[in-house]
Design a protein around this ligand. Structure first.
Ligand code: FES
Ligand SMILES: [Fe+2]
Length: 396
């Protein structure tokens, strides 16, 4: 984003320096060529229309990926305080995510063990140690235990210890909360330790959620994902907003199974800039963009990081949970102004440009046109990612 004000001294924590990043991130940054030396390699690749529109493919992805593996549901940074809880609609499943006094993050189905009523209906973060069902007032601790039943004398033989909230297997990985939606044994094999270390270095694990927004989009989740895996659209779709900040060249890419790390130099980038000032903000020089299995997008900006979880709802419907993370809350009016302006800009770029592009693409794809999508050398990361997904879909 085009932040021109230097707010380095205004935020609680210093900005990210090259040396704050993992060795692997630093090594990939050092592979970015000067803009004039970038090598563009043409590509011939296609994918059929049906992967974005077909019922069969949608159902297969649900079975082999979104119900098979733990999926991201929210950010641990949303619950910085012990004794807090938030309701999340995740992939059609109402969830509660809490941080208990011991600091643990728990995920429960947001359904009362009496008759299934949602315990929390809004999406704000609540700081409290217990919650009461709005229907008949059963009360639970945020650790899921049933602690109070109204008119308990009228339930013969009710054992409260057997009626805790349904807990889902969950884990925080690189600051992202993952849960196994079918309640089965979680298989974390597709998550990458390197990506988690990178996310921690980027401050995702201990960042501050400055703003968040949920988008209900009329598009397949992969149509929503694609612009975050390619630089081809940037100077075109974003011509009036941020296009002039980015180079029309392939990113440096590292693939970790079904996880992709991309890094690119900003306009006029030269590798010599990396060593001019060891204290410099590395995200003034380069931009990171990640796709973490299966549907997390992370994009860095100078003073904040965007995290998105793209939740498929139907073949042509996706819910996007967008989070803007800053190193800490704004501590000065100037920092607040920069964060506020950045938030408005990023929402208008992602919401008004990338997500809009996804919806107008889906409108055409849904008519069956084109019958296949064709990818160029500036979109090679999309193909890399699809190959990783396809190998999971083909598994028995
Ligand atoms: S449904 Fe929750 S107390 Fe009855
Ligand atoms: Fe974009």
């Amino acid at each position: 984003m085009n932040e021109v004000v230097d707010i380095t001294k205004s935020v609680g924590r210093k900005v990210t320096r090259l040396s704050d990043l993992t060795a692997s991130q630093q090594e990939s940054i050092r592979r970015i060529p000067a803009e004039k030396d970038a090598v563009n390699v043409p590509l011939a690749a296609t994918r059929p229309n049906a992967i974005f529109t077909g019922r069969e493919r949608f159902d297969l992805e649900q079975t082999k990926i979104f119900r098979r593996f733990p999926v991201p549901v929210t950010l641990a940074a949303l619950l910085p305080d012990a004794g807090s809880i938030v309701a999340v609609e995740a992939y059609g499943v109402p969830l509660l995510v809490s941080r208990t006094r011991d600091g643990d993050v728990n995920v429960f189905v947001n359904a009362c063990q009496h008759k299934g009523a949602k315990l929390i209906e809004d999406c704000t973060v609540h700081t409290q140690s217990r919650m009461t069902c709005p229907y008949h007032a059963w009360t639970y601790g945020i650790d899921g235990k049933l602690i109070g039943v109204a008119r308990a004398d009228m339930f013969a033989g009710l054992d409260k210890s057997q009626r805790s909230l349904k807990r889902l297997p969950a884990r925080v990985f690189g600051g992202i909360v993952y849960a196994q939606l079918d309640g089965g044994d979680p298989d974390y094999s597709q998550l990458s330790d390197q990506i988690a270390a990178d996310f921690t270095a980027l401050g995702i694990a201990d960042g501050h959620v400055y703003g968040r927004q949920t988008f209900e989009l009329k598009a397949n989740w992969k149509v929503v994902l694609e612009p975050f895996l390619e630089g081809y659209h940037v100077q075109r779709l974003h011509a009036a907003s941020i296009g002039n900040l980015f180079v029309d060249a392939p990113n440096i890419v590292d693939v970790f199974g079904a996880n992709i790390r991309q890094v690119s130099g900003r306009i006029d980038y030269d590798p010599a800039m990396l060593d001019e000032d060891a204290e410099a903000n590395i995200h003034k020089l380069v931009t990171h963009a990640y796709t973490a299995f299966p549907n997390v997008v992370v994009v860095t900006s100078q003073y904040y990081t965007s995290v998105m979880i793209l939740m498929p709802r139907d073949a042509d419907r996706t819910t996007v949970h967008y989070f803007m993370l800053t190193p800490g809350p704004a501590t000065t009016p100037k920092a607040e102004e920069v964060f506020k302006r950045s938030y408005e800009l990023i929402i208008s770029v992602f919401g008004g440009e990338d997500f809009r592009a996804a919806e107008i693409s889906q409108a055409g794809l849904s008519t069956g046109v084109p019958d296949e999508v064709v990818y160029c050398g500036l979109e090679a990361n999309i193909v890399h990612y699809y190959e990783a997904l396809e190998s999971l879909l083909e598994r028995a």
